[in-house]
Design a protein around this ligand. Structure first.
Ligand code: SAM
Length: 172
């Protein structure tokens, strides 16, 4: 079970990026998404994708992130450019996974992440030591965690058929 916790979301500023974090989480094999600030528009956009393209992860916004971290039973991973190397971290998480029922909380930030998150994390993980994007970091983490097979086959009302030219969409 993989839960993504997005902290520091500012609806007016991070609207598209947080939506992308959620869509990447859904498409790349996460089970649950939690966002700190309440954002009904984000929930509705996300749920509409689930409805049309297949039920992937669930979403909840307006969560108390300190409580979630404090009460977490399982592994806490925090994506940050200051962390340990990705492959080393994924291997260590998988080693530990068995003891924690594969219950992994993956934290991604937006603005500056408070020091307490670094302290609470079992693993602070960097996807390269350059600043880039939470969307890219999350996609790479999930793909490595799923051994390169992160992309989920979801069954929905609409199915996109891979095609070199033109859009091929089957509606049920
Ligand atoms: N300046 C902020 C800070 O000091 O915490 C981070 C801003 S960054 C655009 C937003 C998020 O992207 C970070 O909280 C982290 O989750 C993710 N991120 C950015 N670069 C990363 C990297 N190289 N490895 C892992 N995560 C990264």
């Amino acid at each position: 079970m993989i839960t993504i916790l997005r902290i520091g979301h500012r609806p007016e500023r991070d609207k598209r990026i947080t939506t992308h974090v959620c869509l990447v989480a859904r498409a790349f094999g996460a089970d649950r998404i939690l966002v700190d600030l309440a954002d009904r528009e984000l929930e509705s956009t996300f749920n509409s994708v689930n409805e049309r393209f297949g039920e992937g992860a669930s979403i909840e916004t307006g969560v108390k992130w300190r409580r979630i971290i404090g009460e977490w039973k399982g592994i806490i991973a925090h994506l940050t450019m200051y962390g340990m190397e990705l492959d080393e971290a994924v291997a260590a998480i998988k080693d530990k996974d068995g003891d924690d029922n594969n219950n992994v909380l993956v934290i991604v930030g937006a603005e500056k992440v408070p020091g307490e998150v670094y302290k609470a994390a079992d693993f602070n993980i960097s996807v390269g030591n350059q600043p880039h994007s939470e969307v890219a970091a999350l996609a790479m983490f999930l793909d490595r965690y799923h051994d390169g097979n992160a992309m989920k086959e979801l069954k929905g009302k609409m199915k996109i058929i891979p095609s070199n030219k033109g859009k091929v969409v089957v509606e049920e």
